[in-house]
Ligand binder design. Sequence first.
Ligand code: B12
Length: 488
Amino acid sequence: MPVDNRRSRAQPGRGGGTESTDLVDILLTHGYFLDEDPAERNVMKLYPPLGLLYLSSHLKRSGLGVEVLDTTFSTHVKFEEYVSQQRPGIVGIYTTLMTRRNVVRQIQKLKALGATVILGGPEPVNYAEEYLDRGADIIVSGEGEETLEELVPHLHKKGLQGIEGIAGIVYRNDDGEVVRNPPRPLMKPINEQPFPDRAAIDLNRYLETWKTHHGISSVSLITARGCPYRCNWCSHSVFGFSYRHRSPQNVADELELIRDTYAPDQVWYADDVFTMNHRWLFEFVKELKRRNLHYPFETISREDRLNEEVVRTLAELGCYRLWVGAESGSQRILDAMERRTDAVRMREMLALLKRFGIRSGTFIMLGYDGESWQDIDATAAHLKAVPPDDVLVTLAYPIKGTPFYDKVADRIIPLKDWDLGSDRDLTFRGRHSRSFYDHAQRWMMNDLQARRHLDASERSLARLAKSMVIAKSHRLGMYLTRWQKEHG
Ligand code: B12
């Protein structure tokens, strides 16, 4: 049955009251609420979901009416009031593993209001059946631009009838079977995509939040899509193993627009691996120089995509901090992860960053399958050898759809309640307890801190002693929790 449920977009503020203008064909939203994220409330380095903004600009360019409801600074209650009032006909929700619980609640509300619900992003395609069971009508796999461009007008004209011809979607047919249509090829070239529709949301709220908490403001952008590396814990559900970059000129145009519209103090290149293509990077520097465009920035890379020339170029370009995923200091574990990086070279690259005045950040993953006590010690020694300025430690968790998940699948301890948890809560038999890793992390970080105190030009014995005592207590905690597990 056709779903002729477009509604007029109310435009508050224009001409005083609310006047109906163009039609809204789809409401795009997501399930992230800052007020439910105490960890982020300590950090307050927020960025909007770029994927939704890309969808919005693409669909608007193809003539569709789009509204973006950004929930970051909102609450569930406000979300529910908004949709109850506006009664959107078709709603698309960006879903990641972290927002599952909220998205399930949003689906329920929207279905009660009679909306057609489409999910996209990296998570739903991994749990298509679960999301469809909870009321989602369609799941889009991969990039959403072209799929929505075809799907939304179809839904308005014919409803769910005839969607079997639309590539890149998953749904239930009339017999209740889950149907996965053939995948949609990735868009090529991405240079022709319009810039993310930042005007669709209140981006200034993000900038103000940055200013309030950090004294500077920051805007995110991406220069490329995808990553060809095969680290086996990483989710590749959206872009596969492809890598497509935009032209340096195209990125510079966006940067100019960002400067002219928002004048941020810095930017964040939210790419998977910013220094993937060295020739591209060198051209980008030239382009920015030609335009006299200089922005301090931070971004992410890999050890094997760095060398002296690249690091010098990054420094020249304004990079003040580079995150390089070390993941482990044990080569045995790096190889098991199929990370294709070298622990020794990683340390050399950290030293290189220091030499060029770039702050270094690194990610560490504890508890990977097969990691032994010696591997954990190797990671701690690795961190102390060339201490990075910032370290983020996570307990390895298997994301569905990854080779890591498949490897431990028969040992995964299922969640008590799928709706309330996430893949981040998954653990598996054959490794230590959570409290062991908690101690291991604290031991490692305090041991590193002690090393930093030792290296400091003005040494504080009190601080050094404090870090050493805390480190020792957590080392003891590691022994105790291991003993507890082994002896019931
Ligand atoms: C930037 C980023 C962050 C930022 C988020 C800030 C922000 N809002 O930008 C920060 C650093 C905070 C972050 C944190 C985390 N992240 Co993150 N992050 C990314 C990253 C690198 C880029 C996202 C992006 O902008 N992509 C570019 C756009 C164009 O792509 P996209 O968002 O996927 O959108 C496209 C499609 O998905 C689709 N689509 C998107 N929405 C919708 C909606 C509809 C209706 C439809 C039809 C289609 C659709 O169309 C879009 C355009 O083609 C991705 C990896 C990646 N390359 O995407 C990981 C990624 C999203 N993060 C991930 C993870 C695991 C995390 C953490 C849990 C890590 C951790 N600490 O353990 C945390 C969770 C934080 C939280 N509380 O939610 C995973 C998610 C895996 C999953 N299955 O859900 C990813 C995919 C990384 C990975 N490869 O494993 N992350």
